[in-house]
Design a protein around this ligand. Structure first.
Ligand SMILES: [Zn+2]
Length: 440
């Protein structure tokens, strides 16, 4: 286990700790008496949860969707409008989602180099131990069993079809080509719909669904009149198939007691389809191919929503992180989540709408060095880290490059085209985690 208190970016302040402690004691008082309610806690029938990843989903795109499954669920959803992903890489981000830990604390920081250490507690493991049936349907090589995200899932379907040339995607050394491997959203929904009738026999259950469609290449099987480009068509295709799953839940009387959580594990840079894009051969970052090398908003600002009939539609503007997902799901279910997550339980905010105190958030990418090692290309690119001081200001660290630290004022410069000098006192205020990998 690689918890190291000295490496933690100062995540909490006293105001936050008081807020969290109050919520925790109220939550404890409600445990075991599901139908009782104290103070501002609302009676809830939440028994089960579906956690849905729209892979590569940018917040600015998904929040704009109208007349979709996402927007329908948002009508009973607590929408965290300023959610930050800790990593632009699928396996790293999902390790954070399932553990509540920053990458430097869970230890999975690169592609196909290290799995999630077995000593790090996961949400699925905790829920399984507490009697939940746990199932996952995942759609890409980045979530194959080798990484260890499967720990705690009683059913973990990581089957992938062969690549277009018939080869096994996991035998292809080129990581980018592996990204062509895809279990399409219609295949995910068919498998989920096969599972749902059997859930009647389970006391409580947790299902994880992963839609990888919006990953490169952007070739949606159908065109929607709501899409601005093929990337959006991919997201809308996944959304349509989530709709089939939601309908199946309703048909089997399983919708009303199920919390549905939707998030993007990271966003996507579309090389010019959106005004803040910076990737591509003609742009500032030729090394960036969709996501992985940079920490700009288009890849780190993600949608995050908790939806259930008992939840009032609301938007939370305080910045939160995907580090908060596992402790919050546990809180919503009245379950215990052992370990010491970097994230916090936001279930009080979801139920009451009370804005949590602002916290500093963090993201990192160790992918640039991997690209250099794998391809010999881009000798000038470096790994990077980022700290969001608040929703307006972020400090980017390009490790070993000069200037090493820059600051962006997101209110004056939302497209992040004007890097500013980062004040020394702000740089010094935070502990920047080491680049080391693996357990301490
Ligand atoms: Zn991903």
């Amino acid at each position: 286990m690689c918890h190291a208190a000295g490496l933690r970016v100062q995540p909490y302040n006293l105001e936050w700790l008081a807020f969290a402690a109050g919520r925790f004691s109220t939550y404890r008082a409600c445990l075991g008496t599901k139908l009782s309610c104290i103070g501002d806690w609302i009676v809830s029938d939440i028994r089960n949860v579906i956690l849905v990843t729209y892979d590569c989903a940018r917040a600015d795109v998904v929040w704009d969707f109208q007349n979709t499954t996402f927007s329908e669920l948002a009508s009973h959803g607590c929408q965290f409008r300023r959610a930050i992903s800790s990593s632009p890489m699928t396996p790293v981000s999902h390790a954070t989602i399932f553990t509540g830990l920053q990458p430097y604390n869970h230890g999975l920081r690169r592609l196909f180099r290290e799995p999630l250490p077995e000593t790090v507690p996961t949400l699925a493991e905790a829920l399984s131990e507490q009697g939940f049936f746990t199932a996952a349907l995942v759609s890409c090589p980045g979530l194959m069993k080798w990484y260890g995200h499967c720990r705690g899932f009683q059913h973990y379907d990581d089957w992938l079809p062969p690549l277009p040339d018939g080869s096994d995607p996991l035998s292809v050394p080129d990581v980018k080509l592996r990204g062509l491997a895809l279990k399409r959203a219609n295949q995910v929904s068919e498998r989920a719909i096969d599972l749902i009738p059997g859930l009647k026999d389970k006391d409580r259950w947790f299902m994880f669904l992963h839609f990888f469609d919006a990953h490169w290449p952007y070739e949606p099987p159908e065109t929607s009149d709501r899409q601005a480009n093929p990337y959006e068509g991919e997201l809308l295709f996944a959304d349509k198939h989530l709709g089939r799953i939601v309908q199946c839940l309703k048909d089997h009387d399983a919708f009303d007691d199920t919390l549905i959580v939707i998030l993007g594990d990271h966003g996507e840079d579309l090389a010019g389809w959106y005004p803040n894009d910076k990737s591509g051969a003609e742009n500032l970052h030729p090394e960036e191919e969709g996501h992985g090398c940079c920490l700009y908003q288009q890849t780190q600002h993600v949608p995050l929503m908790f939806s259930h009939a008992s939840i009032a539609e609301r938007s939370i503007e305080t910045q939160v992180g995907l580090i908060d997902v596992a402790p919050t799901i546990a809180g919503m279910l009245g379950a215990d989540f052992r370990g010491q997550p970097d994230g916090v339980d936001l279930s009080g905010t979801i139920r009451t709408g009370a804005e949590p105190p602002e916290r500093v958030l963090y993201a990192e990418t160790m992918h640039p060095r991997e690209i250099q090692e794998n391809t010999g290309k881009f000798p000038e690119i470096v790994n990077s880290q980022c700290i969001w001081l608040d929703p307006q200001r972020k400090i980017m660290r390009w490790i070993g490059k000069s200037p090493e630290y820059v600051m962006f004022d997101l209110s004056a410069d939302p497209l992040e085209t004007n890097p500013l000098p980062a004040p020394d006192d702000l740089i010094a205020r935070y502990t920047w985690p080491e680049e080391r990998v693996g357990p301490a």
